[in-house]
Design a protein around this ligand. Structure first.
Ligand code: IMP
Ligand code: MG
Length: 199
């Protein structure tokens, strides 16, 4: 049995485990070291901005899980976390334009400092929708932390308060980001240069 070697450091080509005739090419865009340094900086900024306060991080499933896990450990404040889920791309690389709430938060948001944690800001539809959902619960404050930002793709007037990296309009995977649920476990953020465009 051929094993999939998820080593992206040297810009390798990963065999596609979904189909033996197809090969996805991965090119490292942001290394694990660059991610770690940036997440540490973001944690420092958040810790300074909310000094003396408590924070509730709300991660958007599933893409934000790895970022949230790392960011939470860089915040030197009384911090709790929760998760929310919305409909996603499915198997396609294009957003349908419609956002649907699949899972609401478990804990109370009212009167609390909320930081919505997202893997990537693309069109902005998801975070605009989630901001509205959470504002209805009357938080004390509501900020957005996004590891990646594809600014050129934005259709909604939304910005991240804490943004890791601005990236070009390319489809990326790794560090939580997926293509058809795969590649979330890559330690680096990679551009998916070819592969199926399934819907
Ligand atoms: P938006 O609603 O268009 O801003 O899309 C945000 C969501 O789309 C993110 O949470 C990701 O799940 C997904 N997404 C956007 N761009 C990419 C990408 O390049 N790779 C993987 N997922 C992406
Ligand atoms: Mg997402």
């Amino acid at each position: 049995m051929r094993s999939l070697k998820l080593e992206t450091r040297n810009c390798t080509t990963a065999p596609n485990i979904a189909g033996k005739n197809s090969v996805d090419k991965l090119r490292v865009l942001i290394t694990r070291e660059q991610i770690a340094a940036k997440v540490a900086q973001m944690g420092e900024r958040i810790s300074a901005d909310f000094a003396g306060e408590t924070i509730l991080l709300i991660g958007v499933l599933k893409g934000a899980t790895i970022f949230l896990a790392d960011l939470a450990r860089q915040i030197k404040l009384d911090t709790t976390f929760d998760f929310i889920a919305v409909s996603s791309y499915g198997n396609a690389k294009q957003q349908s334009g419609e956002v649907k709430l699949l899972k609401d938060v478990d804990c109370s948001v009212e009167g609390r400092n909320i930081i919505l944690v997202e893997d990537i800001l693309d069109t902005g539809l998801t975070l605009t929708y989630l901001q509205n959902v959470l504002q209805a619960h009357r938080p004390k404050s509501l900020k957005v932390a996004a590891l990646l930002d594809k600014i050129s793709r934005r259709t909604e007037p939304i910005h991240g308060d804490y943004v890791g990296f601005a990236i070009p309009d390319e489809f990326v995977v790794g560090y939580g980001l997926d293509f058809a649920e795969r590649y979330r476990n890559l330690p680096d953020i990679c551009v998916l240069e070819s592969g199926s465009e399934t819907g």
